[in-house]
Design a binder for this molecule. Structure first.
Ligand SMILES: C[S@@+](CC[C@H](N)C(=O)[O-])C[C@H]1O[C@@H](n2cnc3c(N)ncnc32)[C@H](O)[C@@H]1O
Length: 220
């Protein structure tokens, strides 16, 4: 892992101490609704065998929501910050999830092995090539008929929350993140053959659903 990314790991290790509190202020009661929307959108039919991977899982809220809704899934949370994973482990009192530390740009999983790969409110925080590599890796590890679900923020409307939001991006030195959030679906369409956009009921987040092969186009 590059030195820059190691520096960012340190940033996230510190952020982990108040991350859930920050999210509560940022999303209010919509946080829970947003996670439920993401889990519902996965449309898991056969929870018995489903394998779910949450990239950049942070303190584990999303992957825990999957594991709580579907008791028999294999639910893996993946993040490069030990601090974030430590918090996730503390929240997983019933030991429902597996937590693994590593870089989103280099996943330690074989091709075509997950039914659902998700990444919630994190892709925009990755830098240019790391973000592209992470998307390529998600495509590689998801099954041909599986789904990649990317949840991203809409830019907040409340001026105070908007200021906090941009301040964080500034701290991370990323004008690239701002640009990415403003973009349309082009970065996804460059990688996936099927891309659909939906919005959470609160309008605070958007969900991009990607498939690596389209049954109609590829004949699968
Ligand atoms: C804003 S948090 C999102 C956490 C969580 N997905 C959520 O919705 O609450 C971004 C997360 O991405 C992780 N992250 C950033 N860059 C990463 C990378 N290159 N590889 C793995 N994880 C990374 C950070 O450690 C952090 O936990």
């Amino acid at each position: 892992m590059s030195e820059i990314r190691t520096g960012r790991q340190k940033y996230y290790n510190i952020f982990a101490h108040f991350y859930d509190f920050f999210i509560k202020i940022h999303s209010g009661h919509h946080g829970d609704e947003t996670r439920k929307f993401l889990v519902r959108s996965a449309q898991i039919d056969n929870a018995n065998q489903a394998k779910i991977l949450d990239i950049c899982c942070g303190t584990g809220s999303v992957i825990l929501s999957f594991a709580e809704k579907y008791s028999d899934v294999l639910a893996i949370g993946y993040d490069f910050s030990g601090g974030m994973l430590h918090r996730a482990k503390q929240k997983d009192v019933a030991h429902k999830i597996i937590l693994t530390q590593g870089d989103a740009a280099n996943l330690p999983y074989i091709d075509d092995c997950f039914d659902v790969v998700c990444c919630s409110h994190a892709l925009y925080e990755l830098r240019g090539q790391v973000r592209t590599n992470a998307l390529m890796e998600m495509k590689r590890v998801v099954k041909a008929d599986g789904k990649v679900l990317i949840m991203e923020h809409e830019v907040p409307k409340n001026p105070i929350v908007k200021m906090m939001f941009y301040m964080r991006m500034l701290m991370m030195g990323s004008s690239d993140s701002r640009e990415f959030l403003k973009q349309d679906l082009t970065p996804y369409k460059k990688i996936f053959s099927q891309v659909n956009l939906s919005h959470t009921p609160s309008g605070k987040s958007k969900l991009v659903t990607c498939r690596k092969s389209s049954p109609h186009i590829d004949g699968k």
